[in-house]
Design a protein around this ligand. Sequence first.
Ligand SMILES: Nc1ncnc2c1ncn2[C@@H]1O[C@H](COP(=O)(O)OP(=O)(O)O)[C@@H](O)[C@H]1O
Ligand SMILES: [Mg+2]
Length: 255
Amino acid sequence: MADTILRVDALSKNFGGVRAIRDLSFDVAAGEILGLIGPNGSGKSTTVNVLAGLLPPTSGSIVLGGQSIERMPEPQRVAKGLARTFQTARVFPEFTVRQHVTIGCHPIRTVNPFASILPLGAASVDDDETAAHVDDLLRLCSLASIADRPVGGISSAQQRFLMIATALAARPRILLVDEPAAGLVEHERQELAELVRGIRKRGLAVVIIEHHMALIMALCDRIVVLNFGSKIAQGTPAEIRANPAVIDAYLGEAA
Ligand SMILES: Nc1ncnc2c1ncn2[C@@H]1O[C@H](COP(=O)(O)OP(=O)(O)O)[C@@H](O)[C@H]1O
Ligand SMILES: [Mg+2]
């Protein structure tokens, strides 16, 4: 398929005797919002961690824009266009929101975030184009009004949006987000949904892990369902909602 941005083929990941991902295959198209759902412990975060390069796969292949990346270190994958956010916010509390997003602009330089503090302090390395890019992302992610606040003082919902803005700073083609709505209230979830749609409008693909089923069903073009590390279904939200195996393994319990 010409517009396939990411192809995952026969991916497996074992932790000792635990088979966290088993023979998992799926594609993601440019401009697609793909949901990854399943019960706790079904391998969702492990999938994101293996795709992003935090963990080596036990076997299988990952092809990003036609290039095999499964042996590439994480910063190189980011530079090739694959970015992710973490399930729990990982932020540098002393940085301002704007500085934090700026860090994300330089995935290779900031392999070690502590090594990057000095270059960032000498902010001259960040030119006008970078500043305009960061301003654009601050607006996209509803962070412009708090751009100069220290990250440690913003709300947890704002930190969640900040993680997305920081991941977007590297200009990815595909963004992986792990449980972005956890702990958000309804109007924040709506804002998150609008943001994800805005990201897609820019031509990016988004892979979203989320337990909030109303959000997943409203947002996703397609959904992949995991159970015990295996894909048990994939399809449109309507197909997934009506799939007996999915209801049995997951939706029954979630509903
Ligand atoms: N670093 C790790 N070491 C050992 N086992 C792990 C590790 N990470 C995840 N697991 C195990 O892999 C399985 C899948 O976990 P995870 O991917 O976090 O599930 P999910 O995100 O769907 O809740 C679980 O059995 C979990 O205990
Ligand atoms: Mg998880």
